[in-house]
Design a protein around this ligand. Structure first.
Ligand code: SF4
Ligand code: SF4
Length: 338
């Protein structure tokens, strides 16, 4: 297992880290057990966020009494000093600690600079020792490039997986050149990629720290298994990735959910990628009564466009939903076989 140094933070951890978004969906006991097992298995870096409901509380509970053994990053969506300070206090309380290793501005709409109140608040928190390092997360490549060029942040968190474009890969390299840590989110592209060996082999080629979202024991065991068996890119894996890229590249929904809530309660983050999900997971799950009802809600889209203004990938969501519904209806009627 490679060790990744997160740029000028000096943090060095195995290239196999824990994304604590999905533990929102399991009980406190299950989450604590997953987190402790991840630690016992070799993981040392855990990424959470204020926005992930009780995730911080679960992380805090798991690592109480062993704070110095792990690195914890969290995030705030605040854009004002007052909200930032409130969020940071909550984060520290939830994590049962007096410092966060990396505190990140969450899903930044732009590169905040010294001119911005929120950057000043972040810098002050670092001076006070509540935050050891300053980070930021972004979903738009242009924003991410501005962040790297600014030199104002110690880490960047950005979606990165084997569907990455040349521009995404250049971004990762640019981070290394600027001695900036690169934290890779969505290494499975929101659940679309299912071959963990291919995902890990791809990641092993870059100075990137993947935070794999973990909700189940079986998922965790898969990631932990890489501590025992080193994975590197091979011709066979490269061929697999090339085929998968061909199938998936283009305009597709990553399932991030930033576009929601929808005015008429369509579950956009699932329904806008149903065509891929239904072909890549056991299809009966997505043909259930429940999912049929969810998919047919697409017919009630009023075209308000609010979702489009929130999608970091600038997808034409109503059109994408309509395409997915048409395909879904064809699958249901049997005119399209999967
Ligand atoms: S355009 Fe349609 S899908 Fe988007 S928020 Fe409005 S109703 Fe929902
Ligand atoms: S449509 Fe865009 S914002 Fe919504 S879930 Fe998909 S990628 Fe995310």
């Amino acid at each position: 297992m490679r060790t990744i140094r997160l740029g000028k933070t000096g943090i060095e951890v195995p290239q196999n880290a824990f994304g604590a978004l999905p533990i929102q969906r399991v009980s406190v006991d299950e989450a604590v057990s997953l987190l402790r097992r991840a630690y016992d298995g070799g993981m040392r870096f855990f990424d959470t966020a204020r926005a992930y409901t009780d995730s911080e509380i679960k992380v805090g509970k798991a690592f109480a009494g062993m704070r110095d053994k792990v690195f914890i990053s969290s995030k705030t969506q605040a854009t004002t000093r007052a909200k930032f300070e409130e969020d940071l206090d909550t984060t520290l309380k939830n994590l049962q600690t007096d410092y966060v290793d990396i505190y990140q501005l969450h899903c930044a709409a732009k590169c905040y600079t010294e001119e911005d109140e929120i950057y000043q608040a972040l810098a002050d928190a670092k001076k006070q020792g509540k935050v050891r390092h300053i980070g930021i997360t972004a979903h738009k490549i242009g924003v991410a490039e501005d962040i790297v060029e600014s030199g104002l942040y110690e880490t960047l968190q950005f979606p990165f997986c084997y569907l990455a474009t040349d521009r995404d890969i250049a971004l990762v390299r640019s981070c290394a050149e600027h001695d900036m840590g690169f934290i890779a989110m969505k290494g499975l592209s929101g659940g679309l990629l299912t071959n963990s060996v291919a995902c890990m082999a791809f990641m092993s080629q870059y100075d990137a720290l993947p935070i794999w979202g973990v909700q189940r024991q079986s998922e965790l065991d898969e990631w932990l298994s890489f501590f025992d068996k080193e994975v590197a890119m091979t011709d066979e894996i490269a061929d697999f990735i090339a085929k998968d890229r061909e199938e998936l590249l283009g305009e597709f929904c990553r399932g991030c959910g930033y576009c929601m809530p929808c005015t008429v309660e369509i579950q956009i983050n699932q329904c806008a990628r149903m065509s891929q999900m239904i072909r890549r997971s056991p299809s009966e799950n997505f043909l259930s009564e429940f999912w049929q009802q969810e998919m047919f809600k697409i017919d009630s889209c009023v075209g308000c466009g609010i979702c489009k203004t929130r999608c970091p990938y600038e997808l034409d969501i109503p059109t994408l939903l309509a395409k997915n519904l048409e395909d879904y209806k064809n699958i249901l009627s049997g005119s399209v076989k999967i």
